[in-house]
Design a binder for this molecule. Structure first.
Ligand code: PPE
Length: 302
């Protein structure tokens, strides 16, 4: 990680190396924090933060779900983010706001604990590697299920919840894959450890829906909107595990990862079955002559 000059901390810009917390910080012990990942891109208009308002809104909603009153308004957090990027002299970067229960009280009741807010940013190029972004990654369906709505809050982007992603990520990497895909508590496809997932089959784009325990990704909203604007059908529905294997394409989306193709899942090459069909059922044996319509007739009448 390449340090930048400043981190915004509870209303002040402090030097990167001074943006510290005490080891007795509540969020460190119990995971009582909520955060965002946001990206700033170098555009023709200068550095521009992608969907800043949506990220801040999700941050504040996540905080509310965990009973954390945030001592700054959405407007203040948006403005602090823009000023931080400018003061660090960055043109494109990853931005990490976090709201967490601070130092003062121990024990499971967090309600008397301070709520601290910090924002950091740094240059974070590719999340799943240059090679993975360009040519696709190999993924494994995790033996760990995605956190369910009866024990945690899948809609919240909360620090403690990421232990679930950490287990799945480590399992997949130790098994030689680059990413894990988690199933939801009903066994339907949910998402990656830090990305939403999509499949493409016969031109239709399919992605798990809100009731599949996904994080409502902001990149996902853009993917769906852009795809629909381009005339694609996008369905949000339950996705069975093997639908991934049978897809023509699978891809992931997230702020850190951006868009990444998945070329193999559980050692099934994605889209590969088409090639396999061509080899196993050579069309020429069925249809020795004629155009496509004649071939069908020939095949049907024997
Ligand atoms: N699901 C999960 C579990 C998730 O963490 C992310 C973002 C997404 C889906 C995609 O959401 P969005 O970024 O709004 O499109 N993961 C963030 C954290 C990654 C990390 O390693 O830290 C991110 O991409 O910033």
């Amino acid at each position: 990680m390449q340090p930048t000059d400043l981190i915004w901390m509870n209303g002040d810009f402090v030097a990167w190396e001074n943006a510290k917390v005490l080891v007795l910080t509540h969020g460190l012990h119990y995971g009582t924090g909520v955060f965002e990942g946001v990206r700033c891109y170098d555009t023709e208009l200068g550095p521009a933060v992608f969907r800043n308002a949506d990220h801040v809104e999700r941050l504040l909603r996540s905080a509310e779900l965990y009973y954390m009153p945030v001592p700054y308004s959405a407007e203040q957090i948006r403005a602090a983010t823009l000023e931080l990027v400018a003061r660090n002299g960055l043109r494109s970067c990853y931005i990490r706001p976090i709201v967490f229960r601070g130092y003062g009280q121990m024990g499971l009741n967090p309600l008397d604990c301070n709520v601290d807010v910090t924002i950091a940013c740094w240059e974070w190029a590719t999340y799943l590697g240059e090679e993975g972004k360009a040519n696709g990654i190999r993924a494994k369906v995790s033996s760990w299920r995605r956190i369910g709505p009866d024990s945690l809050i899948p809609q919240a982007k909360a620090s403690g919840q990421y232990l679930n992603s950490v287990l799945a990520k480590v399992e997949s990497m130790k098994a030689g894959y680059q990413e894990a895909i988690l199933l939801d508590d009903h066994g339907y496809v949910c998402e990656g450890t830090g990305e939403n997932v999509y499949l493409v089959r016969e031109g239709e784009i399919v992605t798990p829906g809100q009731s599949n325990s996904i994080l409502d990704g902001i990149t996902r909203r853009s993917v769906i909107q852009i795809a629909r604007d381009l005339g694609y059908t996008v369905s949000e529905r339950n996705v069975g595990r093997a639908e991934l294997y049978l897809a023509d394409e699978v891809f992931l989306s997230g702020t850190a990862a951006e868009l990444v193709p998945v070329v193999e899942i559980d050692d099934h090459p994605i889209g590969g079955y088409r090639e396999w069909l061509d080899v196993v059922v050579p069309r020429d044996l069925e249809t020795p002559a004629g155009d496509v319509s004649e071939r069908r007739i020939t095949g049907a009448t024997g």
